[in-house]
Design a binder for this molecule. Structure first.
Ligand code: PLP
Length: 813
C-alpha cells in the first residue's frame, strides 16, 4: 500500500492537487463499474474505448478520492476534497506505477510470451511448482499494455515467485511491457503460423517478442523459432528442440494411448522419459516448455515426471449456462485459489439478469485459511460482491461461516448438500459454482443446468466485446452507438447479450417488437430501448416498460398520440423513421411539413431521434444512391428541427454504413451483424466470430458401395463408405437445402460433406476420408459466409434460424 504522496513522486506529474497526502492507494481503478473499496484506490482516467474522464463524477460518487487525469480540466474546483494528479498520458502513468511496484520485489519473475499457449503454460507452472513456491500469476489472460500493469500491481510480499504473461499485437509494444515486467526468466511458447497484421514477417514478430528477454538471466525457447534470428542479448540461452546440442533435446514423442504421450528427453548428460497426459501436439509442446523451466529451477527429473503426469487441463473460460427455473449458472470448478475466486465473482457481479446472486463454495485446498491474510482476503471478497446467499461445503469453511458478512448455509460435503437440494431455493438467480475437484461439483451442476438436446450454440462474449470495440474505434468520440438486438440478438439470445452491451456502455438497444423489449426490461436492462415495429395492441406495454417506439407513418403517429392523450402522458420519447429509399417503413421526405404541423400542436411526444436506413451501403455500384439517401435524411431532419424547434439525434448507418460511410455517421450509428463478427468488408477490422454452432457424432456406420442413406434414398454410395449420423436437423434450423453434399461441416479438423436428405432432428455426413470417432464434436458452419452462399442466402438468415431448442452457452475466454 502506498500513500498518494508517494504515487506523486513516482509519476512526475505536470501538476498535482493533493488535499490529503496520507490517502492510501491499495487498488487501481480504470472502470467506474468495477470499483470496490473506493476509499483505498486511485482512479486512472484512460482514453481507451471510452474516455475515462467522463466517469470521474461516477467514481467520485462511489467514494474514490484520488484521480490521475491526462486532460488538464480543473476538476479540483468541482471536487475540492479529492486528490488530482495530471500527467501527459494516464496509461503511461499507470505503467510507471506498476513498474515501480514490481521493483519492490526481488523474488524471481517468470515472463511468458508467444502466440499460443501462454495462459496454459502459466497455469501449468502454477500446478507444477506450487508445492515449493507461493506463486503469483497474471489473472486470466491479462497480458496487454493495461493487463500487464494491472497484473504486476497484484505482486506482494506474500509470494515467492511470479508468473506474468505478455502479449503484443504490433511493433514497439514489447519494449513497454519489458520495462514493467523485467523478468528474471523468460519463456517463449508456440509462435503461430498465422500472419499477424502489425508485423511484416514471422521473424519480425518473433524478434519483437524476444525483446521481453532483453535483461533476463535466462531465456527458454523452442530452438526452431529462433534459428534465423540474431540473439544479441545478455541472458543465458536455454533452447529445446529435436536437434543435437540444445539445452534440452527431444529424442522421441510417442502417443501411448488415447490420453497420453511419452516424451523422451536428454538434458545434462541424462536421458529421461516423461508421460504427458495429453495427445495433441500443442499441449505436448506446452508441457515441454514447462519441463524446460522446471529444469532451469533445479527440479529433479523424477519429480518433474511425476508432476507432469498429473497435469490437469486448464479451463480457459468461464461459462454461463442456462439453468432450470429461470436461473443462470456459472460453472467454474477447475481452479480454486483466491485469485480465481475473485475473477469468478467479478463475472458473477457483471450479471444483472436475475434478482439474486448465489455462491456455492467448497473448501479451497490451495489456500490455507490459518493464514490471517488469506482469511482476510476471502472475507473481503465475500463481502464486496453483495451476494444474496452463500452455501459453504466442506470441513473448513463452514466453521468460519459467522465471520462472513453474508447469509449462509453450510454442509459437510457435496453428498449432504445434494440430500438437501430440494429444500433450497435456486430460482431467478445467478449461481456461481466454485469447488475443488475432489468436491465433484459436476453433480451439482447437473441438477442446476437445464437439460436439452446436445446441439449447442456457443457464444463467445469476449469476441463480442472485441467486435464492439473494433467498431467503436472507428467512431469519433461524439458519435453514439446503438446496438441491434432484434431477432433474439441475431439468434444469440437476448438478455445475456443485452446485459453485456449494457455493461459495456452502449447508448441504445433496438428490438423489432415490443415483447422483446418487455423481456429485456424484465431481465434488468435499463438502457433506452427502441421498438422498430410497434403496433396499437402493444402501446400499453410499451409505455408501461418505458420502451421508445419508432413512429413510421401518420396512422401509427395518430393512434399513439390519442393513446397518450387519453392517459394524460406528455413528452413521451419516440423516434421518427424516414424513408429515403429503402421503401420499407417510414415517412416519405415530402411528408415532413404535415408531420411538423402535427408535432407542433402539443408536446405529447418528444422526438429523441430521426433516422433512416441505407438500402445498399455495402455495394459500390450504389454509392450515388447511398449518397442521395444521406442527403435526403440531412434535408428532412433540418426541416424537422426547424419546425419543432429542438434538436434530436440523427442516424442512418448500420454495419456496412459504419464500415464504408464515415460521412454518414451523423450523431449515432446502429451496429447489428458486425457485433456478431460477420459482415466485415474491411480487412483492417480485427473481428472475431461470436457464435459457433456445435453438435456431435452419434453413430458411425461402415457401408458398402451401392447402399443408400436417408429418406427418399437420395444419398447413394459410390464407394464403400463411413457414414456419421449427427444430432442436428431442420428442426434445429439446419436448412434442408444443405442436404446431399451442399452442406460441409468440420469434424476433428476434417471438412466433410452431408449425404442424403437432412432429417428433422438428425442428418448424415460422409466421413470416409476423415479420421473421426463417435462422440466427436462437429462444427456445423466452419465458414458461415460460404455456407450461406451455398444455399443462396446470407449469414443473417442462418444465424436467426437456429431454433430456440438449441441451447445457448455463453462464455468468457
Ligand atoms: C437490422 C437493422 C440494423 C442493423 O443492420 P446490420 O446490417 O445488421 O448492422 C440497423 N438499422 C435497422 C433499421 C435495422 O433494421
Amino acid at each position: 500500500m502506498y500513500k498518494i504522496s508517494e504515487v506523486v513522486q513516482v509519476l512526475h506529474p505536470n501538476r498535482a492537487f493533493i488535499i490529503d497526502p496520507s490517502s492510501l492507494v491499495q487498488h487501481i481503478f480504470y472502470d467506474s463499474r468495477k470499483i470496490v473499496q473506493a476509499d483505498l484506490g486511485v482512479f486512472f482516467a484512460l482514453q481507451k474505448n471510452r474516455d475515462g474522464h467522463g466517469y470521474v463524477r461516477e467514481a467520485y460518487d462511489k467514494g474514490v478520492r484520488s484521480f490521475v487525469l491526462q486532460t488538464d480540466e480543473e476538476q479540483e474546483k468541482l471536487f475540492p476534497d479529492a486528490n488530482f494528479i495530471w500527467v501527459d498520458d494516464s496509461l503511461d502513468a499507470l505503467q510507471a506505477l506498476a513498474a515501480f511496484h514490481r521493483q519492490q520485489f526481488s523474488y524471481p519473475v517468470i515472463g511468458i510470451t508467444g502466440s499460443n499457449g501462454k495462459t496454459i503454460v502459466k497455469e501449468w507452472l502454477y500446478q507444477l511448482m506450487s508445492p515449493e513456491y507461493r506463486i503469483y500469476r497474471s489473472p486470466k489472460s491479462y497480458n496487454s499494455q493495461l493487463g500487464v500493469a494491472l497484473s504486476l500491481w497484484g505482486l506482494s510480499e506474500q509470494y515467492t515467485l511470479a508468473i506474468i504473461e505478455a502479449g503484443i499485437s504490433e511493433r514497439g509494444e514489447m519494449a513497454r511491457l519489458e520495462d514493467m515486467i523485467k523478468p528474471t526468466v523468460g519463456l517463449l511458447t508456440n509462435i503461430g503460423v498465422a500472419h499477424k497484421a502489425g508485423f511484416s514477417s514471422k521473424e519480425e514478430k518473433i524478434a519483437e517478442k524476444l525483446l521481453l528477454f532483453k535483461d533476463a538471466e535466462t531465456m527458454i525457447f523452442p530452438n526452431s523459432y529462433v534459428e534465423n534470428i540474431q540473439l544479441p542479448y545478455r541472458p543465458r540461452k536455454f533452447s529445446w528442440g529435436y536437434d543435437e546440442g540444445l539445452s534440452l533435446e527431444v529424442y522421441s514423442v510417442k502417443q501411448l494411448n488415447q490420453r497420453s504421450t511419452m516424451v523422451t528427453l536428454y538434458h545434462g548428460g541424462k536421458t529421461f522419459a516423461v508421460e504427458v497426459p495429453f495427445v495433441d501436439k500443442a499441449n505436448v509442446e506446452n508441457a515441454i516448455s514447462c519441463i524446460a523451466l522446471m529444469l532451469r529451477f533445479g527440479y529433479e527429473t523424477g519429480v518433474i515426471a511425476s508432476r507432469i503426469k498429473e497435469l490437469q487441463p486448464v479451463a480457459m473460460r468461464l461459462e454461463l449456462k442456462k439453468g432450470k427455473r429461470n436461473s443462470s449458472i456459472i460453472d467454474d470448478s477447475y481452479s480454486n485459489d483466491l485469485d480465481a475466486l475473485q475473477i469468478a465473482l467479478e463475472f458473477l457481479n457483471q450479471q444483472r439478469q436475475h434478482a439474486r446472486k448465489i455462491l456455492i463454495l467448497s473448501d479451497l485446498p490451495g489456500v490455507s485459511l490459518a493464514d490471517a491474510k488469506s482469511l482476510a482476503k476471502l472475507k473481503r471478497l465475500l463481502g464486496e460482491y453483495r451476494l444474496d446467499k452463500l452455501i459453504l461445503i466442506g470441513e473448513v469453511l463452514p466453521q468460519l461461516a459467522d465471520q462472513f458478512d453474508v447469509p449462509s448455509i453450510s454442509y459437510r460435503g457435496t453428498v449432504e448438500f445434494l440430500a438437501d437440494f430440494r429444500s433450497l431455493q435456486f430460482e431467478n438467480s445467478t449461481i456461481l459454482l466454485k469447488g475443488g475437484r475432489e468436491f465433484h461439483f459436476e453433480q451439482i451442476s447437473r441438477l442446476l443446468v437445464a437439460k436439452s438436446h446436445d446441439t449447442v450454440l456457443e457464444i463467445n462474449l469476449n469476441a463480442m466485446e472485441n467486435n464492439l470495440n473494433s467498431y467503436r474505434q472507428l467512431l469519433p468520440k461524439n458519435v453514439k452507438l446503438m446496438t441491434m438486438v432484434k431477432a433474439f440478438s441475431y439468434g444469440s439470445g437476448s438478455f445475456e447479450i443485452a446485459n453485456l452491451l449494457q455493461f459495456n456502455g452502449v447508448d441504445y438497444l433496438t428490438v423489432a417488437f415490443a415483447d422483446e423489449g418487455v423481456d429485456l426490461r424484465g431481465a434488468g436492462i435499463t438502457l433506452p430501448i427502441v421498438v422498430m415495429s410497434p403496433d396499437e395492441n402493444t402501446f400499453e406495454s410499451i409505455v408501461q416498460h418505458q420502451l421508445e417506439p419508432e413512429i413510421y407513418s401518420f396512422r401509427i403517429l395518430n393512434t399513439f398520440l390519442s393513446f397518450l392523450k387519453d392517459r394524460g402522458i406528455t413528452t413521451y420519447p419516440v423516434h421518427i423513421k424516414v424513408d429515403t429509399g429503402m421503401h420499407r417503413l417510414g415517412f416519405m421526405p415530402e411528408e415532413v411539413d404535415e408531420l411538423v404541423a402535427i408535432l407542433k400542436r402539443d408536446s405529447i411526444l418528444e422526438i429523441r431521434s430521426a433516422f433512416s436506413h441505407l438500402a445498399s451501403a455495402g455495394n459500390e455500384k450504389d454509392n450515388a444512391f447511398t449518397q442521395q439517401q444521406i442527403d435526403l435524411l440531412e434535408q428532412f431532419t433540418a426541416q424537422l428541427k426547424a419546425g419543432i424547434g429542438y434538436p434530436f439525434l440523427r442516424h442512418i448507418a448500420a454495419t456496412s454504413g459504419i464500415e464504408r460511410w464515415p460521412q454518414a455517421y451523423f450523431d449515432m450509428v446502429r451496429l447489428g451483424i458486425g457485433l456478431y463478427g460477420i459482415g466485415a468488408e474491411r480487412q483492417d477490422l480485427p473481428l472475431r466470430e461470436v457464435s459457433t454452432l456445435k453438435t456431435n457424432v452419434t453413430q458411425i456406420k461402415h457401408l458398402p458401395a451401392g447402399e443408400t442413406v436417408g429418406y427418399n434414398r437420395h444419398g447413394v454410395l459410390k464407394r464403400d463408405s463411413n457414414i456419421a449420423t449427427i444430432k442436428i436437423g431442420y428442426a434445429d434450423g439446419y436448412d434442408r437445402r444443405f442436404g446431399n453434399g451442399v452442406g460441409k461441416m468440420m469434424v476433428n479438423g476434417y471438412l466433410v460433406p452431408t449425404i442424403g436428405d437432412i432429417c428433422m432432428d438428425m442428418c448424415m455426413l460422409d466421413v470416409t476420408d476423415a479420421d473421426i470417432a463417435e462422440e466427436d464434436e462437429v462444427i456445423v458452419y466452419p465458414d458461415i459466409k460460404l455456407a450461406a452462399e451455398s444455399i443462396g442466402t446470407i449469414p443473417y438468415e442462418l444465424l436467426t434460424s437456429i431454433s430456440q431448442r438449441v441451447k445457448r452457452v455463453y462464455f468468457y475466454e
